[in-house]
Design a protein around this ligand. Structure first.
Ligand code: FMN
Length: 209
């Protein structure tokens, strides 16, 4: 009898978890065209002034692919990672909720509903801009513990992703700024991160005001 009750409880928990996973397929990213690289480099800059205009799903898909998408059949990506550990995940924070970018399936996995943009940083514009991309390291994939020197490679890897976003934004005339000023505990709670996940950088994106 006890076993049946335990089994039923496990089933209920599993069903609940499965029912809660909401996945949104993104439009296929447009991976051709854009501004010539040297022109984008000339335009690359940080901006902290964003309009409220939302970023549509096609633009979001293109941006996420440019940032940390898969660009080869072997699963490697648009940014390098030390020993190809690919320990970074991108969390996408929009007005309507926060999502985890699944590059393999080109989709967004909902993490939370509602507006948690304000938790993405300590500067006022962060809560008003339409998009914040949060780069999060998985310490297990990295083979590191919190506070280890190994996390330095996640900082380097995040820098490449950030520059990809900068260049994409330059090419699309979007405004962006990378940010380290983050209240980690607050954002960890908002994104429901586990203890093995470490926030590295955030990047705010939107149309210029
Ligand atoms: C690792 C790193 C952390 C940064 N953190 C912040 C931040 O928390 N807030 C902010 O407004 N800008 C931040 N910046 C942006 C810099 O202030 C900006 O790159 C610098 O002023 C040079 O301007 P530019 O990007 O237009 O060349 C950061 C940049 C880097 C590389």
């Amino acid at each position: 009898m006890k076993k049946i009750i335990v089994l039923m409880l496990m089933l209920a928990v599993m069903t609940n978890c499965m029912a809660q996973e909401v996945v949104e397929k993104l439009p296929k990213p447009k991976t051709e065209g854009g501004m010539p690289l040297m022109d984008a480099l000339k335009k690359r800059s940080s901006s902290r002034s964003f309009s409220e205009k939302e970023i549509d799903r096609q633009m979001l898909s293109n941006l996420l692919w440019a940032a940390w998408g898969i660009n080869r059949p072997d699963g490697k990506r648009t940014a390098p990672s030390s020993m190809n550990k690919q320990e970074l995940s991108l969390y996408v924070v929009l007005k309507e909720g926060a999502y985890l970018y699944d590059a393999v399936n080109n989709s967004l996995i909902r993490v939370t509903e509602g507006d948690v943009r304000e938790a993405c940083g300590v500067q006022a514009f962060v809560g008003e801009a339409p998009l914040n991309v949060i780069m999060v390291a998985d310490l297990k994939k990295l083979g590191a513990k919190a506070g280890d020197k190994a996390i330095a490679s996640s900082w380097a890897n995040s820098g490449y992703i950030s520059q990809n976003i900068y260049l994409f934004c330059a090419s699309e005339s979007l405004a962006t700024v990378v940010r380290a000023s983050i209240d980690h505990e607050k954002l960890k709670a908002a994104l429901k991160l586990n203890p093995d996940q470490e926030i590295i950088l955030g990047q705010t994106v939107g149309y210029p005001k």
